[in-house]
Design a protein around this ligand. Structure first.
Ligand code: HEM
Length: 514
C-alpha cells in the first residue's frame, strides 16, 4: 500500500481522474445550461472538491476505516467539510455522494424539488424486498404509489391539530404514567437510583405509545392475537437495528451472500406481526364500528379518507414494524441531556409550576404554554438528532453551489454539521435551550441570532418527516413527566453512528424521586 501512495503515483492518478471525468462530461452532456441566472459559469461535477478516489470498488472506504469505520462516519464527514468547505464529493463503496452543510445549499436542493423526491434506500431493505418479493411499505415507496399515502399521512399527522391531537395524546397518558411508576419503583430498588435496561424501557414505552395512537385502546389484545407483545417487539427491534447496521456496512452482495440470517428473520417476523395486527384491527373495527377514541389513527384514516383495506395495510404495517429506533433513542438522549444539565431541569420545573400549577399532570393542551420546555426539546434535536443525515437521490442533474451535480450522485445534507457550526450556533457544543428564546446574540451586531434555516432534524421539503409533530409533542410530554417525577443524573458518554445516533456503551442514568 505504501508503495502505491508515492507522490508521483498520486499526481498521475489525479491527472488520469481529471481526464476521465472531463471525457465523461463531454460524452454525456448535461441538460443543465452552461451559466446560472446571473451569467456565472456553472462548473462541472468533476470540479467539485473532494478526496481523490482511486479504488473503484471501495471508494474512500479505507480512509473512513482509518477514522474508526462506519461508526465514525460523522467525524469523517466533518473532517472533509473542514478541508474542502460546504460542498465536497466522495465515493463510499459503489455509491457516489455529494455532501453539503450550508443552509444556502439546502435551499438549492429543496426549492426546486420535484413532486416525488427520491430518498436513497438502504441496500439492506432493497436487497430484502428483492429477495422476498414483498410489497414495500410506505417508507420505501416512491413516485405516484407513494403520493396518496404521503398525502394522507401528512393530513393526519402534520396538518391536524386541536381536538383530534388532544385525544390522541391523552390516550398516551396512561402509558407514560406506567413508565414513570416503573422507574419510581426501580430507582428505589437500585443503588443510586440506577435504571437498568433503560434502552429496552424506552423502546417498550415508544412501541406502546405508538400502538395506542395507531390502534387505540385494544392494541395489546391485537398484538397478542398476532402472536407478539410490546416486550417482544422491543427486544426484536433492538436486535434488528444491530443486524441492519452490520448488513449495511458490508458490501451488500457479500453480506446477503453470507445470509445475515438475523436481518431477514427479524424483518420478516416484524412485517408479519404488522400485517396480522392490522388485519385483526380491521376485522374488529368492521364488526364493532367504534370511534377514533377507541381505534385511534386507524379509525380516522379509514373513515375520513375512505382508505381501502389494502391501503391501510400499506400505511400501518410500517407503523407497527418500523420507526421505533429513532424515537426510542431520542428518549435516551433526552435523559442524558437532562442529567448533564441540572439547571435546565430546574427551569423546566419552575416553568411548569408557574404556568400550570405544582404537581399538575401536564397534558397535550398545556404544551404550547411552555416555551422553555419546547426549546429544551429543540436543543435535544439539534445536538442529538438520531437521523443525522438527510439524503436525496436526484433523477436529473441539479446545480448546487455553482456546480452541476450529475444524477448518479446522491446528495447528503450533513445536518449534524450545520447544527454544530459556530457561524449558526454560538458555543455549539453547549446544551442551551435559551438560545432559541433570544438569549443568543450575534457578536458583531448584538442582534438576536436566528438559525432556523440551519436546523433540519426532521429533513425538509416534500419528504420531510411525516411524524414530526407527533414526535415533538411526545418528547415534550416525556420531558415534562420525567422532570416532575425525578431529578436526573447521567454520566458522560461517547456517540457512535449505527445508521442512527447511539451512545457508545451503556448509558448510565440515575433517577431520584422528587
Ligand atoms: C425522533 C423522532 C424522529 C426523527 C428525528 C425523524 C426524522 C426523520 C427524517 C430525517 C426523515 C427524512 C426526511 C427527509 O428525507 O427530508 C423522516 C422521514 C419520515 N418519518 Fe420521521 N422522524 C422521527 C419520528 C417519526 C415518527 C414518530 C413517525 C410516524 C408517526 C415518523 C414518520 C416518518 C415518515 C412516514 C417518513 C417518510 C416521509 C416520506 O418519505 O415522505 N417519523 N423522519
Amino acid at each position: 500500500m505504501e508503495a502505491l501512495e508515492l507522490p508521483g503515483f498520486w499526481i498521475l492518478l489525479k491527472i488520469w481522474t481529471w481526464i476521465r471525468d472531463f471525457v465523461l462530461s463531454l460524452a454525456c452532456p448535461s441538460l443543465i445550461p452552461d451559466t446560472d441566472k446571473f451569467g456565472a459559469k456553472i462548473k462541472a461535477t468533476w470540479e467539485i472538491p473532494g478526496p481523490t478516489i482511486w479504488r473503484p470498488v471501495l471508494g474512500d472506504a479505507l480512509t473512513l476505516n482509518k477514522f474508526g469505520g462506519p461508526e465514525k462516519l460523522l467525524d469523517y464527514i466533518s473532517s472533509l467539510h473542514e478541508k474542502y468547505g460546504p460542498i465536497f464529493k466522495t465515493k463510499l463503496g459503489p455509491q457516489k455522494f455529494v455532501f453539503i452543510n450550508h443552509p444556502a445549499l439546502y435551499e438549492e436542493i429543496f426549492r426546486p424539488e420535484p413532486n416525488y423526491p427520491i430518498r436513497l434506500k438502504l441496500p439492506s431493505s432493497e436487497a430484502f424486498y428483492e429477495k422476498h418479493k414483498i410489497d414495500r411499505g410506505i417508507f420505501c415507496r416512491d413516485g405516484k404509489e407513494f403520493c396518496r399515502g404521503r398525502t394522507i399521512m401528512a393530513e393526519v399527522l402534520l396538518k391536524v391539530a386541536g381536538q383530534y391531537m388532544e385525544t390522541l395524546f391523552d390516550s398516551v397518558d396512561p402509558v407514560l404514567k406506567r413508565l414513570m411508576d416503573h422507574w419510581t419503583t426501580m430507582s428505589m430498588e437500585t443503588k443510586g437510583g440506577h435504571i437498568r435496561n433503560i434502552e429496552q424501557d424506552c423502546y417498550e414505552f415508544f412501541i406502546a405509545a405508538k400502538m395506542t395512537m395507531t390502534y387505540g385502546q385494544h392494541y395489546e389484545t391485537f398484538l397478542s392475537q398476532a402472536g407478539s407483545s410490546v416486550k417482544t417487539l422491543a427486544s426484536e427491534a433492538i436486535k434488528l437495528n444491530a443486524a441492519t447496521f452490520d448488513l449495511n456496512t458490508h458490501p451488500i452482495q457479500i453480506a446477503t451472500g453470507f445470509g445475515l440470517k438475523e436481518y431477514d428473520e427479524y424483518t420478516l417476523k416484524n412485517l408479519e406481526t404488522g400485517r396480522k395486527c392490522i388485519d385483526i384491527a380491521l376485522e374488529t373495527m368492521a364488526a364493532t364500528g367504534g370511534s377514533s377514541e377507541e381505534f385511534g389513527l386507524l379509525h380516522r384514516i379509514k373513515n375520513v379518507y375512505n382508505a381501502s383495506d389494502e391501503e391501510m395495510r400499506v400505511y400501518f404495517t410500517d407503523m407497527t414494524a418500523d420507526i421505533s429506533d429513532q424515537v426510542s433513542l431520542t428518549f435516551l438522549w433526552i435523559l442524558f441531556s437532562l442529567g448533564r444539565n441540572p439547571d435546565v431541569q430546574e427551569k423546566i420545573l419552575q416553568e411548569i409550576e408557574q404556568v400550570c400549577r405544582p404537581g399538575k399532570n401536564v397534558v397535550y393542551k398545556d404544551l404550547q404554554k411552555l416555551p422553555y420546555l419546547n426549546t429544551t426539546c429543540k436543543e435535544v434535536f439539534r445536538l442529538f438528532s438520531t437521523a443525522q443525515l438527510v439524503i436525496r437521490k436526484n433523477s436529473n442533474d441539479v446545480v448546487l453551489g455553482g456546480y452541476n451535480v450529475t444524477a448518479d450522485y446522491a446528495v447528503i445534507l450533513s445536518s449534524f454539521s450545520s447544527h454544530k457550526n459556530p457561524s449558526f450556533f454560538s458555543n455549539p457544543e453547549k446544551f442551551w435551550p435559551g438560545r432559541w428564546l433570544g438569549e443568543e446574540r450575534d457578536v458583531d451586531t448584538g442582534e438576536v441570532k436566528r438559525s432556523e434555516n440551519a436546523y433540519y432534524p426532521f429533513g425538509m421539503g416534500k419528504r420531510m418527516c411525516a411524524g414530526k409533530l407527533l414526535a415533538y409533542n411526545l418528547m415534550k410530554l416525556f420531558i415534562a413527566k420525567v422532570v416532575q417525577a425525578f431529578v436526573v443524573e447521567s454520566d458522560e458518554v461517547q456517540k457512535k453512528l449505527k445508521i442512527m445516533l447511539y451512545p457508545n456503551g451503556d448509558m448510565n442514568i440515575r433517577l431520584k424521586s422528587r
